[in-house]
Ligand binder design. Structure first.
Ligand code: GLA
Length: 774
């Protein structure tokens, strides 16, 4: 609910309160953001800073109105330049009449129950209430609106900013933040998701120091280097203890998140479009709408803040046609074949996929034009008949006939110089006159700031989608933007052009499930999720590296939005060789897929994979939409991790135990802190592994009655049929035991193969299913 008490604006979500007021001068001062508090006319003034006099050298905004108010030592909803606030301004604008200094003061407030989506930038769905605070320059007719939104059932506050120029002079916007939040420092650390290709979204914490910390992207995409999500937490806060404020931005281009700590120990946070390369012009009567930003809070550590974000994103951010929908379990041919396939090979993989219980076949790169490798063909859409004799329709029909859905990879924003579209329309690519363009993955980028290019994409993609029964699209974008025009508008116009294309296509094809992919997570953000409900998080399919990547993402994104694949046991990115049984548990904590030659497996591997798919499908609702908890974080390379996904009603849960480097003196593994119902009985069962004999090498000779060569043909033969005993960690027990500590079977350490021993090895992993039985 949003209400006004005198000069105070009170925004209340299910469990949180956000309160600020307009002061005598007409500035907006933050009073509180945290757990819900009871507030009335009398008590509300007890909130907020008690500044009775201006500090030393500070400047007074308007001495005749309030001789005590200096903007510099206050917690403000928005900071302005040139009026004595020396913290980073939230807005920097300039026109010929005034220069840089504007005098924005409170003008009016409005609370609305009917929310209109003006569709300029992606906006959350199902918002129930909106507060609009309009500020006006004391002289010029320039209006700045701060918008606050809530959806009643959720604990997230949505913010954005609108600027309206009613003056004859052109207004140049150099910076305009979507959100500012000021608070008192409680020994905060900032946590960001940083990385690079195949090592995206690694969580990194750093203590705040005096000055400004910036997390940003300048590559034209939201980037795999610094994700738009971040949080601040008390230094001592953990998974389930301490205060956490988390933030995200629904934007897919250059963004900037800034955390400043000033001399008064105030923390000054902003999130929005990156001001770099940004100089947007507003003519008379024009408005600028910033992307939407999200914020939430938890007093109980970051499991709760991540669940609050996840619930809101699942219900209100992702494409509404797929909100809450179970995601299909798929097979993708990329790591199975790369560019080297034909119809027969694809059908051979698809047949196995069907037999194993998979639901969707995704044909990846290489099906069109001259595309025999990544130097050519992008931008063309004619089917490569050498590879696909019967065209896309022929293949899709066959796949459908097998009982699988058919999905297709595309990279509409990419363009190869060696393509027929580039030969006809070189001007479609982003480039500058008189200098050579820079290439990334041998390709250029389509200039989506141009309407004709947007239309080319919409038409070509539509033609493909109309040509066969395509029910899924993997939309890729494999490079950053360079050689961009210098008008200060290009990057934002590119993003707006992209959103127009995505809005048009997803409205035209509402039943097609689009997967967002940008070399993995190079554009993994809430703007993209608004159109494409799931994202291929990384080109790294090594399960152990994925613990860092997915573990990072789950601070701010839901499981249902992230896809993870089981790929060949010898991983192509890291060359780490891990049995399928150990790879699956990490991928199970995401939208599951397989990306390997399913038609080249041994019968034992087939059996393992079949049982994984069946386990996943049995528990898909929980694995995609349950509450995610970190029980133990992976802190360093070689460390272990424990995750849990739990139903909101506490009736079932799945625990993932992910081993790091094996120890010769392994510690006991204790399962605890699960928050299950005490006094209720639960069944805990391990999804145990079939251990291939060959992984024990010459050790098998200790138990066999005859000698075999561990690398010989006989071992390979026996290995197809014979496995080592699985551990039997199955119990029926009270919830209180699981909350306080169940000790699992001890690990292999040099000997002892039996049902009572857990064999993990380096990077081994396990799933445990827990179900209430009474
Ligand atoms: C990118 C994607 C991969 C795959 C290839 C195809 O790298 O992230 O998953 O689709 O392109 O070229």
């Amino acid at each position: 609910m949003i209400r006004q008490i005198d000069n105070y604006f009170v925004i209340e979500t299910k469990n949180l309160s956000y309160i600020f007021h307009k002061n005598k001068v007409g500035y907006l001062v933050n009073d509180y953001f945290g757990n819900k508090i009871q507030i009335d006319e009398q008590s509300i003034e007890s909130l907020g800073l008690k500044e009775a006099f201006p500090k030393g050298t500070s400047t007074i905004v308007d001495e005749s109105v309030d001789p005590t108010f200096s903007a510099d030592n206050q917690l403000l909803e928005y900071s302005f330049a040139g009026k004595g606030d020396n913290k980073e301004p939230a807005i920097i604008i300039k026109n010929d009449k005034r220069g840089y200094v504007f005098d924005f003061r409170f003008f009016k407030a409005e609370i609305k129950k009917e929310i209109v989506d003006i569709k300029l930038v992606p906006m959350p769905n199902h918002l129930d209430e909106e507060l609009i605070i309009s500020l006006k320059d004391s002289d010029l007719n320039i209006v700045l609106e701060l918008h606050y939104y809530i959806a009643n059932e959720f604990d997230v506050i949505v913010r954005n900013t609108v600027l309206i120029n009613n003056e004859d002079e052109v207004l140049s916007i150099r910076k305009i933040a979507s959100l500012q939040f000021d608070t008192i420092n409680k020994n905060f650390e900032v946590l960001n998701l940083n990385g690079a290709w195949i090592g995206e979204s690694h969580p990194e914490k750093q203590k705040l120091h005096r000055g400004i910390y910036i997390n940003d992207s300048k590559s034209g995409l939201s980037s795999n280097a610094h994700n738009t999500f971040f949080l601040i937490k008390e230094e001592k806060a953990t998974m389930d203890y301490g205060e956490v404020y988390s933030f995200n931005l629904m934007y897919s281009g250059n963004h900037q998140e800034l955390v400043e700590l000033n001399a008064y120990d105030h923390v000054h946070i902003q999130s929005g479009i990156n001001p770099i390369f940004f100089d947007y012009k507003l003519n008379k009567g024009e408005i600028f709408v910033t992307p939407f930003a999200l914020m939430t809070y938890s007093a109980k550590g970051y499991n709760l803040s991540s669940q609050r974000m996840a619930d809101f994103i699942n219900a209100c951010v992702v494409n509404e046609h797929f909100a809450g929908h179970l995601r299909p379990v798929l097979i993708n041919n990329w790591e199975a074949t790369y560019f080297n396939f034909n119809e027969a090979k694809l059908i051979s993989i698809a047949k196995k996929a069907k037999a194993f219980g998979l639901e969707l076949f995704v044909l990846d790169d290489g099906w069109f034009g001259r595309r025999t490798n990544d130097t050519k063909g992008l931008g063309d859409y004619d089917v490569n008949k050498k590879k696909l004799r019967h065209g896309l329709k022929g293949l899709a029909d066959k796949i459908n006939k097998l009982g699988l859905k058919f999905g297709l990879w595309m990279e509409p924003e990419g363009i190869s110089v060696d393509s027929s579209i580039f030969e006809q329309h070189p001007e479609y690519a982003i480039s500058l006159e008189r200098i050579k363009p820079s290439f990334g993955r041998h390709q250029l980028v389509m200039n989506l700031a141009k309407k004709e290019v947007q239309d080319y994409l919409i038409n070509s993609v539509s033609e493909v989608l109309d040509s066969a029964n395509i029910e899924y699209v993997k939309w890729d974008m494999n490079r950053n933007i360079t050689d961009f025009p210098g008008n200060g508008q290009f990057h934002h116009d590119f993003v707006l052009g992209l959103y127009r294309v995505l809005e048009t296509l997803t409205s035209k094809y509402p039943t097609i499930l689009f997967e967002n992919c940008s070399s993995g997570g190079n554009r993994l953000d809430l703007g993209m999720l608004h159109y494409f409900p799931q994202t291929w998080a990384s080109d790294c399919s090594d399960h152990y590296e994925r613990i860092s990547i997915q573990g990072g993402l789950y601070f701010g994104y839901p499981l249902s939005c992230i896809t993870g694949h089981v790929s060949a046991h010898l991983n192509h990115q890291l060359l780490r060789d891990t049995p399928y049984a150990d790879k699956f548990p990490v991928a199970a904590f995401s939208c599951l897929g397989y990306e390997l030659a399913l038609d080249e497996l041994t019968s034992l591997q087939e059996k393992v994979i079949k049982s994984q798919i069946s386990f996943y499908k049995d528990h898909r609702q929980l694995l995609q939409y349950g509450d995610f908890y970190k029980i133990k974080e992976k802190e360093y390379a070689g460390d272990s991790a424990v995750w849990m996904v739990k139903a909101k009603d506490n009736k079932e849960a799945i625990i993932g135990y992910f081993n790091g480097l094996q120890s010769a003196t392994p510690k006991e593994t204790i399962i605890r802190h699960l928050g299950l119902e005490e006094g209720k009985r639960y069944q805990l069962s391990v999804f145990a592994h079939d251990h291939e004999l060959k992984h024990f090498g010459s050790l098998v000779n200790m138990v066999l009655p005859f000698h075999i060569n561990p690398d010989g043909a006989l071992m390979r033969l026996i290995n197809k049929y014979k496995t080592m005993p699985k551990e039997n960690d199955n119990y029926v027990l009270d919830g209180s035991i699981l909350n306080n500590g169940l000790i699992l079977k001890s690990e292999w350490a040099g000997n002892g193969v039996s049902e009572d021993v857990r064999i993990l090895k380096d990077f081994g992993s396990r799933l445990y299913y827990i179900k209430m039985v009474e």
